[in-house]
Design a protein around this ligand. Structure first.
Ligand code: PLP
Length: 399
């Protein structure tokens, strides 16, 4: 039995998405910037994909810019707006962003910009008041993720957007608002106007689309520079021959995810609750990280105190179950997200993320629950931190 509970790191491409992509590899492989029929076909597919995505997130097609991934979208949003701001301005972000934002903000800091990294509460929530309090006359950009990739907490994006819009009414230099929606798009309905964002990052491989393609929504009128130079593609903001097959696949995947939101949310809720109740009922000394009432819906982050999360992952893997300790991009390092949330180091060390997707079943959750207690208990017996110091310690002769 092979069980994939790591859908926040990536997902399988849906067969319908692959079918939609196939002709653009084999027969309609034209370059969208060329004028012959192959190029015109590619251009038509590109326009159609842009239109489909724009309708889903409620923007104009010319506000969608295709990129190579979520990381690129985040980099473009941060570097691009700061480069265009003309002076070394101020950026506000949070301590729990994905490294695609966090490290980009740190790079901007090294380049001379001022960056505020906001604290979050125990649930991983950033408060609107803390964003407002951090704003100065020099603030050019606020970047807050919509859903955290390790614990699933949903941030109050619409409320922050509203607050920034009100402040902008009386400011000469506009504050732009960016959200990294890589973990939320495809799971919840997104309306960029309701959210009040100027930029929004997305990545297809998180919603059953292909890897290596994403987009950045950029509201008309946003002052942004490209971060790469070359051709005139994507209105000059993102040069490079467009990857038509993947862009078409992303549009199809988003359409399918959007149509299935409600049904998927109900299924995911049952799986999450079953796993949570099963763990609580069979394993002592566990705690759940994140916000139960404001979770993106497919993530459970659970701490099995007194064990190493990575040791448990290896044992789960030996039973065919794939989970994660948090961000796939930061495997092996302590979680900056749990640290920012003030999670006790012993709990943080034993934290595991289960992230569900559209193909998971309740039977898979039940199978996981049938093996989890003995794996956790086995590791605890070897742990010098567990009650009584663990068998190895107790067995050690006194001398
Ligand atoms: N932002 C968030 C919140 C993510 O979870 C990820 C990937 O895990 C990224 C950005 C980066 O996306 P990509 O893998 O497409 O570069």
């Amino acid at each position: 039995m092979k069980i994939y509970f790591d859908n926040s790191s990536t997902t399988a491409v849906s067969p319908a998405v692959l079918d939609e992509m196939r002709p653009y590899f084999l027969t309609q492989y034209g370059n969208a910037s060329t004028l012959h029929s192959f190029g015109r076909d590619a251009r038509a597919a590109l326009d159609q994909a842009r239109l489909g995505i724009s309708q889903i997130i409620n923007c104009n097609p010319d506000e969608i810019f295709f990129t190579g991934c979520g990381t690129e979208s985040d980099n473009l949003a941060l570097f691009g707006t700061m480069a265009a701001s003309g002076s070394k301005g101020h950026i506000i972000t949070t301590k729990i962003e994905h490294h695609a934002v966090l490290y980009t903000a740190q790079a901007l800091q090294k380049a001379g910009y001022t960056v505020t990294f906001l604290d979050v509460d125990k649930q991983g929530l950033v408060s609107v008041e803390s964003v407002k309090a951090a704003i100065t006359a020099d603030t050019k950009l606020v970047s807050v993720m919509q859903a955290n990739n390790e614990v699933g907490t949903l941030e109050p994006i619409a409320e922050i957007g509203k607050m920034i819009a009100e402040l902008n009414l009386n400011r000469a230099n506009k504050i732009y608002f960016h959200t990294d929606a890589v973990q939320s798009i495809g799971k919840i309905a997104i309306d960029v106007k309701n959210l009040g964002v100027d930029m929004l990052s997305a990545s297809a491989h998180k919603f059953n689309g292909p890897k290596g393609v994403g987009f950045l929504y950029v509201k008309r009128g946003t002052n942004i520079f490209p971060i790469m130079y070359g051709g005139h593609q994507e209105n000059g903001l993102r040069p490079g021959t467009e990857n038509i097959a993947e862009i078409v696949g992303m549009a199809k995947a988003l359409q399918l995810a959007y149509q299935a939101h409600d049904e998927a949310a109900a299924r995911l809720k049952i799986m999450r609750e079953t796993l949570k109740e099963g763990i609580c009922g069979s394993i002592e000394d566990v705690s759940f990280n994140g916000c139960a009432a404001c979770n993106i819906g497919n993530i459970i982050n659970v701490s099995f105190n007194y064990i190493e999360g990575e040791a448990l992952l290896a044992r789960l893997d030996a039973h065919g179950i794939a989970a994660s300790t948090g961000s796939a991009c930061a495997t092996g390092s302590p979680s900056h997200v749990l640290a920012a949330m003030g999670v006790d180091p012993i709990a943080a060390q034993g934290a595991i993320r289960f992230s569900f997707g559209k193909d998971n079943t309740l039977d898979e959750v039940k199978y996981t629950l049938s093996v989890l207690p003995k794996l956790v208990n086995g590791l605890r017996e070897m742990s010098p931190l567990w009650k009584g110091g663990g068998v190895n310690v107790k067995a050690r002769p006194k001398n």
